[in-house]
Design a protein around this ligand. Sequence first.
Ligand code: ATP
Ligand code: MG
Length: 579
Amino acid sequence: MRFSKFFAPTLKEKPKDAFLKSHEYLIRGGFIQQIGSGIYNFLPLGVRVLEKIKTIIQEEMNKTGALEVSLGFVTSANLWKKSGRYNRYGKELLRFKDRKDNEFVLGPTHEEVITELIGSYVKSYKQLPLHLYQINLKFRDEIRPRFGVIRGREFLMKDGYSFHSSKEDLRREFNVMEEAYTRIFTRLGLDFRVVEADSGAIGGSGSKEFMVLAQSGEDTICVCNKCQYAANLEAARRIKKTPQTLPPQADFAKFHTPNTTTIESLSDFFKVDSFWTIKAVVKKALFEEGESALVFFFIRGCDTLNVTKALNVIKGANEIVEASEEEIRNVGLCPGYIGAYALRNITQSPHIYFDNELENAKNLIMGANEEGYHFVGVDLSLCEGIEFRDLIEVKEGDLCPKCGEDKKGELYLTQGIEVGHIFQLGDKYSKALEAFFLDENGKVKPFLMGCYGIGVSRLLGAIIEQHYDDRGMRWSEAIAPFTLDIIVSNVKDLQQMEYAMDLYEALKERGIECIFDDREERYGAKIVDFELMGIPYAVIVGKSLNEGNIEFIQRKNLTKEKLSVGDTIVEKIVEKARS
Ligand code: ATP
Ligand code: MG
């Protein structure tokens, strides 16, 4: 490609709203253009990279036997009403009407469409399994579109959906996808972790996210410093915490503990580590149709409640919010002195849960449900009917649940960008949309489904977040828009132009994707563009051609070397550009 005929409108100025390097460089490098909040045009350079990313995804997906389709972007609202998501999806779903008043949505994801499609064609277990995927536009009216293509409103997603007649087969495909995604993100040159996205209540993890490790990531993930364990904070587990101090020795008794409404003041009062205290966390759960209820969680004083874990424990709750002091007092409780004894009688609440790590715990101090009093010597193994759940938030330094026992791996928190998500959906959509098949025994059953997404346009940003320097992007050869930039220092110099032209033709013939910078621009400006666009290699044809030399630059670390021109120069460059 001759640069003089190409279209790559580069900019000197950083866009005002570009806080991330990926956003800044994609716009300044002429890869994308913003045309609205969270909406972008892709320019030729952007399209070239997108195409390469897509090809890698298609190759790996096709290898697994998944079949590519293309589903309508505009989707009938009726399907969404049937699945119940028309109302539930919230404002991210763009709803609209056509001229005949028919209701539609712009697809933010395509479970409904694909379920309907399969339901209308597939009737027997003999036609299963089946996996269809597409790489297509999505629209989500995100509340805060930002970071360029990382969180857009209109974006490209690879979304795949698989259909199975048994749980085992769904699980098999889920594992196949985990492997395929791992190959895709490895080929894209990403440093990523496969993260357990839920607490794994349905036997193994039913949902995994692929997180690119980057300081700018919006997701906080918990990873191990010794093994590959990684999890979202709401799914992170640890090896049960052990005491660092001896337990306080006391028989069960009620104790006058004035002014001890915080864990800190309580452990100060007794001079004990907060590990031996029980913290009561009272929240308000919100249910459908405006219903609400107070919910009670008991954890060790040294721990913190994870609100998502807590929410998952309360069946049917949509949200958990703070409970006010007034609301707590109204049910007959005294903030700062809340304990589990007689709590059900006082409050009539069925929502009382203890953290798993408190199972059989002894020598504890807990509120007495009376102003100014705590119980000491509390032994939870003597209490009946306690419901234990995983409630606590993992902290940095906690031991890894996978390797903490033997390798003493410690957990730490880091930021990630979600680039992929695989999910065992089960029969959620097939039941709602009445998509059934006949099994081996002639019984009617809903399909078991998996869904698998990749943020294709987001990847453009995520890759740069891991590969840039202060001059611009640094693409790997696998996805660079061009492999080599042939820069003619002075296009008016006929000797330079002719040599560069021959080199360009020869390298093109050898299959190297070249951009030939034949523009009537200053040499400095051409180098700035080369560095900004992140093309992996450049050859400079300049003055030293007179002495029989050209220069070869590697974008990655900006190393330069002289190559003497001669019969083998093409071979030499090909070899370097493929190394
Ligand atoms: P997020 O938590 O980042 O909002 P999500 O969990 O809502 O993402 P999924 O529904 O799992 O996203 O969609 C599959 C993939 O699509 C995500 O893993 C992500 O890479 C990509 N994606 C989701 N939302 C956006 C967006 N607004 N812009 C660009 N890519 C997106
Ligand atoms: Mg997701």
